[in-house]
Design a protein around this ligand. Structure first.
Ligand code: ZN
Length: 490
């Protein structure tokens, strides 16, 4: 590949984006690929990128919902890939145009071991019952698949392994400074425990599952199960934080997407023990009743919550950005109590979407979030200097009229030039493909148009698909709108 890459600065890329459509004359495009598919990235499966020895590696869901990896070399300024690294058994052919036909739960998560081998897990929405008995819940679809690059620091060839349970959803890698590696995930579909499997040899072998959050028949209704949405990441030192929301999983047809409350606890990676925020020991797995007693931050009543992202301040006190009534809120532990949750927003700046945040000190917090106002999609900083009590809009790193963005959580050990990947949806686009941007403090890291063009004749082929009857089209539109409205993980 002949690459003479020009990095585009924030302003140029922002302008380039605003002129999208006429940008093809420029040598650069601000995105690194055009073949993100369905919901190609999320903060949930994480990390979706890692920086290692001068290179940022990223993963995303591409055509056929298969996992892809691309790499940006910060020293030479060159992009490699994206390359397909495995096959998602939940993928459908030909390319779909109905978002309801995609599963999206098989989205990949990535980590790099000490020798520089790149690992990606993907391909499961709970795991198909054909793979055995799900001892921690109810199986679903697909099979958790683990691929490892055959060479260190190299993304062209991969080998497939099955090293963990097949029954996984929402895979999350956490590595502690002592070198231990954890894969956290939900062990099946809704009615399943959240578990982890630990590896002490860089992801080549894993210990059996340890259940963290218990799914069971609820104490208030025989037709409802306790279920959870959780997010795990590094705390202080070898600590791992967990924050989560409760899902009352009712039998059909009474099932809803309700999520309630907000909870927090932490694990000491040295001995696997868990404590609540006050430091009191916890008995695992945590049930709904036990969580209400020992780990609750917020009783949201009838208001819907969503899990978010969490980090700790230098003293180890957790801070969380989560959603309440579909608005982003910030909450932090003051050492003796939770500060009351406050909205992360400034008047007139539109609706914010989840991204990730950096805790510089107990009071100085910088969040990199997506937003939408007046028809302009943005990715930019939101800052607080008073411990999250008030927020101001900071620098905008990417702005495109007529688009909106979805972010990953931060790339692990990120270079400031490459903090996260965002997926672009152009309003009214007639297909499920998305431009993906690698974005950092200087804006997106673009590349020559040829390298970013990876769809081949897929869009032309979509146009040749037989059209549905008016009735089928109406049904599809209705389903699509319902999906857009819900926007929930499930
Ligand atoms: Zn449910």
């Amino acid at each position: 590949m002949n690459i003479s890459l020009l990095r585009c600065g924030a302003l140029l890329c922002a302008l380039g984006g605003l002129l999208a459509g006429s940008i093809s004359l420029a040598a650069d495009v601000p995105y690194f690929t055009d073949n993100g598919y369905g919901n190609p990235v999320s903060t949930m499966q994480h990390p979706e990128g890692e920086y290692f020895q001068g290179v940022t590696y990223v993963t995303f869901q591409g055509p056929h919902e298969d996992p892809y990896v691309a790499a940006y070399n910060h020293i030479t300024g060159q992009w490699l890939g994206p390359v397909r690294v495995g096959v998602n058994t939940m993928g459908k052919s030909p390319d779909q145009i109905d978002p309801g036909e995609l599963d999206n739960h098989g989205r990949p998560a990535l980590f790099i071991d000490g020798q520089g081998y790149i690992h990606v897990v993907f391909g499961a929405h709970g795991g198909d019952p054909v793979y055995g008995v799900d001892r921690f819940g109810t199986p679903g679809k697909g099979r958790l698949t683990h691929v490892i690059s055959t060479q260190p620091d190299e993304i062209s060839t991969w080998k497939t392994y099955y090293l963990t349970s097949p029954f996984a959803t929402y895979t999350q890698w956490v590595r502690t400074p002592n070198g231990d590696l954890y894969l956290f995930y939900r062990h099946g579909s809704h009615r399943s425990d959240w578990v982890y499997q630990k590896s002490v040899d860089g992801g080549r072998t894993f210990a059996p599952e340890v259940s963290v959050l218990k799914s069971k028949i609820s104490s208030f209704s025989r037709t409802t199960h306790d279920a959870w949405y959780a997010w795990f990441d590094n705390g202080k030192g070898n600590t791992i934080t967990a924050h989560y929301v409760y899902h009352p999983c009712a039998d059909f047809p009474n099932h809803t997407s309700m999520r309630e409350n907000l909870y927090y606890m932490q694990m000491d990676g040295r001995d696997g023990s868990w404590t609540n925020v006050q430091g009191a020991p916890l008995a695992l797995p945590v049930t709904k009743e036990y969580a209400d007693q020992h780990t609750i931050i917020l009783n949201s009543g009838k208001n819907k919550t969503h899990r978010g992202v969490a980090h700790v301040d230098p003293a180890g006190n957790p801070q969380i950005i989560f959603a309440l009534r579909r608005k982003l809120y910030f909450v932090r532990w003051l050492g003796h109590a939770w500060q009351a949750p406050v909205p992360v927003e400034a008047a007139g700046q539109g609706r914010l979407g989840l991204g990730d945040f950096i805790v510089d000190s107990s009071t100085r917090i910088r969040a990199l979030l997506t937003s939408n106002h007046d028809g302009v999609g943005e990715v930019g900083w939101w800052n607080s200097d008073d411990g999250g009590l008030t927020w101001t809009k900071g620098r905008v790193l990417l702005a495109v009229k007529g688009s909106s963005f979805v972010a990953t959580s931060f790339i692990r050990y990120a270079n400031p030039d490459a903090l996260m990947v965002v997926s672009e949806t152009v309003h009214g686009q007639g297909n499920l493909y998305h431009h993906l941007y690698l974005i950092g403090d200087k804006g997106p890291i673009g590349r020559p148009a040829a390298g970013a063009s990876n769809l081949g004749d897929r869009l032309q082929k979509l146009k040749l698909l037989p059209k549905g009857t008016p009735k089928e089209d109406a049904k599809r539109r209705k389903k699509k709108n319902a999906l857009l409205k819900a926007g929930d993980e499930n």
